[in-house]
Design a protein around this ligand. Structure first.
Ligand code: ATP
Length: 254
């Protein structure tokens, strides 16, 4: 029998409102260590807001968010990141004027001072780690290319490598395949499958093909609440889920 995995993140009755509108409403949500969880739901369901609450970008008005068994919802965003929660936003934040290698060298450093890192790394520190990360995200042949020259998909992979460089226990990804070609999306699915078990991931996605390729468990949000949870097939066949997607093009496009 496989031992039960330890809970890494637990949301209890988490609630947030914007001018009286409950974007996240009494949400209960748990993720175990090493899981690759997909979070789906129609537009406006509260998915991105949930990631914002977990990483401290927005504040809950009720409930509790526990990470490694300790409440984190009152901590500042910076302290939550330090505690081991990394977030990839939809718009990448790479340094476009620097090479892929220089970006990764900065990402591998614990010290956020950009200039200091550049000087530090001129001595060749962390080269092996930088090259390992580049290989993992398929940028090993692009190390000396300026990040601004990368394709959209490659820029997203560089951003993912920058988050992995910090080695967070939990990684939150908001629509990582948005704007990618079919080939780039397939490559991203391969990458995520490689990360499985080594990192804990929560991935907000609209592309159900991608979700099917990577997800163990899929959580479906609707109107700020958890509507359903199960395998990709189970949630796709769930009548409540189908109804929630009515008018938004259906779950296939979701
Ligand atoms: N800062 C804000 N101020 C006011 N309303 C907000 C704010 N952030 C989110 N909302 C509203 O909360 C609801 C949930 O938004 P959220 O972005 O979390 O949905 P989502 O499930 O990620 O949707 P999508 O798939 O379209 O990105 C939406 O109705 C949105 O307009």
């Amino acid at each position: 029998m496989t031992p039960a995995r330890e809970q890494l993140l637990g949301l209890k009755a988490v609630t947030v409102s914007f001018s009286g509108f409950l974007a996240v409403d009494q949400l209960d949500f748990e993720v175990a260590s090493g899981e690759l969880r997909c979070l789906i739901g129609p537009n406006g369901a509260g998915k991105s807001t949930t990631l914002d609450l977990i990483c401290g970008k927005s504040r809950i008005i009720a409930g509790e968010i526990a990470f490694r068994g300790k409440p984190v919802h009152a901590l500042k965003e910076f302290h939550i990141a330090r505690a081991g929660i990394g977030r990839k936003f939809q718009v990448p934040s790479v340094f476009r004027e620097l090479t892929v290698r220089e970006n990764l060298e900065i990402g591998c450093s614990r010290d956020p001072g950009v200039l200091r890192n550049l000087f530090r790394f001129s001595g060749g520190l962390d080269t092996e780690r930088v090259e390992r990360l580049a290989l993992l995200v398929g940028l090993e042949d692009h190390l000396d290319i300026q990040a601004g020259q990368l394709s959209h998909g490659q820029t997203q992979w560089l951003e993912i490598a920058l988050i992995l460089a910090q080695d967070p226990a939990l990684i939150l990804m908001d629509e990582p395949t948005a704007g990618m070609t079919a080939h780039e999306t397939n490559m991203t699915a391969k990458l995520f499958n490689q990360l499985r078990g080594k990192h804990t991931l929560i991935v907000v996605e609209h592309d159900m093909g991608f979700v099917r390729d990577i997800a163990e468990t899929v959580s479906v949000m609707h109107q700020g609440k958890l509507l359903a949870q199960g395998t990709a097939d189970e949630v796709s066949d769930d009548a409540r889920v189908r109804e929630a997607y009515l008018g938004s093009g259906g779950i296939g496009r979701a």
